[in-house]
Design a protein around this ligand. Structure first.
Ligand code: ZN
Length: 317
C-alpha cells in the first residue's frame, strides 16, 4: 500500500487494526501520577491508551481533580494508583466515576512492607494546610514514596505488567517482554546508584531536604536524610526556624541543602545563605519534571537526584 499524505492527518486510531475483541482500540489505562505513568508507559507502550491524571511537576499529595479526570476514569479498563495514602484523591475520583461498572484498580504498593514516617514532616508543602504539632509526639503513617528504592520500583513494574496482561491478554507477550527489558535496565540503575553512593565516605552520606520523601532511598542506599526542621515550602520561616536549621547544618557537618519538587527556591536560598551552605539544586521526589527538564522519566529522575546528591556529599570530604 502506498501511504498518501492526506492519510497522515487522520487520527492514528482510525488506521490501527481493531483487536479481535469487541473492545475498540487499545485499552484505556489511567495512572494517578507522573512517575507511575512513566513506569506504565515503559511496559504498555503503544498497546495501551495511557492517561496520567497528576502530570509532571504536579503535587500529588494535594491534587485537585477536574471533572474531565472523572470522565477518563469512567472510560478506563484499568486504574493504577500508588496507595499508602499518596493518592487518596484518585480513590475518591474512582468512586465518583463508578457508574454501572467498577473499573479494576491496581495498587502497585500491594505486597510491599512499608516503612513509616512522621506525618507532620511530610505534608508541610500542602498549600493552605497547616502543620499541627501533636502534644503526644509525632504521628507516624505509612511512607508512600516506595519508588525511591529502585528495587521497589521493580516491584511496581511487575505489578503493572500483571495488571496490563489481565486487561489485554492478547498483548501478554508484548507486556511481559517490555517489562523484562525494563526490569533489566532498572537492575543496572540500582547497581549504578550503589556504585555512586559508594564513592562518598560513609560519614558524609547525609542530605538535608525540605520534604521528607527519601526514606526508602535512604534505607536502600545507606544515605541519611535530614528534614529541614520547621521549614515549609510556602511560609516564610521564623528567625527561630532559621537558627535551628543553622545549628542542624553545623552539627551534622553538611555542605549542601536541596530543594525538592514544588518547594520555594527563595526561602531555602535565604536559609542556606544564613547557614553558610549552598543550595545544590532541585531533587525530584514526587513528580517528574516536564519533558524538557532533567527528570522527564523515572530513570532520568533517579540519575539526576543521585548525581546532585553525590556531588554535594563528596564536596569537602
Ligand atoms: Zn511526598
Amino acid at each position: 500500500m502506498t501511504p498518501r499524505r492526506s492519510l497522515l492527518a487522520l487520527p492514528l486510531l482510525a488506521l490501527s487494526p481493531r483487536p479481535a475483541a469487541a473492545q475498540a482500540g487499545p485499552p484505556a489505562v489511567v495512572a494517578s501520577f507522573s512517575i507511575l505513568g512513566d513506569l506504565t508507559r515503559e511496559v504498555g507502550g503503544a498497546r495501551i491508551a495511557l492517561r496520567v491524571i497528576a502530570g509532571p511537576g504536579v503535587d500529588s499529595h494535594h491534587f485537585q481533580p477536574r471533572p474531565s479526570d472523572a470522565q477518563a476514569l469512567r472510560d478506563a479498563a484499568l486504574l493504577i494508583r500508588n496507595g499508602l495514602g499518596f493518592d487518596p484523591w484518585f480513590d475518591r475520583l474512582a468512586r465518583a466515576a463508578a457508574g454501572q461498572r467498577a473499573v479494576p484498580m491496581l495498587t502497585v504498593t500491594d505486597g510491599i512492607t512499608p516503612r513509616s514516617m512522621e506525618a507532620q514532616h511530610h505534608h508541610h508543602h500542602g498549600g493552605a494546610e497547616r502543620r499541627t504539632q501533636h502534644a503526644s509526639g509525632p504521628r507516624r503513617v505509612a511512607d508512600p514514596h516506595a519508588w525511591q528504592d529502585v528495587r521497589l520500583a521493580q516491584h511496581y513494574v511487575r505489578a503493572i505488567a500483571a495488571g496490563l496482561v489481565r486487561v489485554d491478554p492478547a498483548g501478554a507477550e508484548a507486556h511481559q517482554g517490555a517489562a523484562a527489558a525494563f526490569l533489566r535496565r532498572l537492575e543496572a540503575l540500582d547497581a549504578w546508584v550503589r556504585a555512586e553512593i559508594a564513592t562518598v565516605p560513609p560519614a558524609r552520606r547525609k542530605v538535608l531536604t525540605t520534604h521528607d520523601a527519601f526514606g526508602y532511598f535512604g534505607d536502600a542506599y545507606g544515605v541519611t536524610f535530614l528534614a529541614a526542621q520547621g521549614i515549609g515550602a510556602e511560609a516564610e520561616p521564623s528567625a527561630a526556624a532559621v537558627a535551628r536549621l543553622i545549628r542542624q547544618v553545623r552539627a551534622e557537618n553538611l555542605s549542601a541543602v536541596f530543594l525538592e519538587g514544588q518547594g520555594s527556591q527563595a526561602v531555602l536560598e535565604r536559609l542556606a545563605r544564613e547557614a553558610g551552605v549552598r543550595v545544590r539544586g532541585r531533587l525530584y521526589a514526587d513528580a517528574l519534571s516536564p519533558p524538557d527538564g532533567p527528570a522527564a522519566s523515572y530513570e532520568a529522575m533517579m540519575r539526576h537526584n543521585v548525581a546532585l546528591m553525590v556531588a554535594a556529599m563528596r564536596e569537602g570530604a
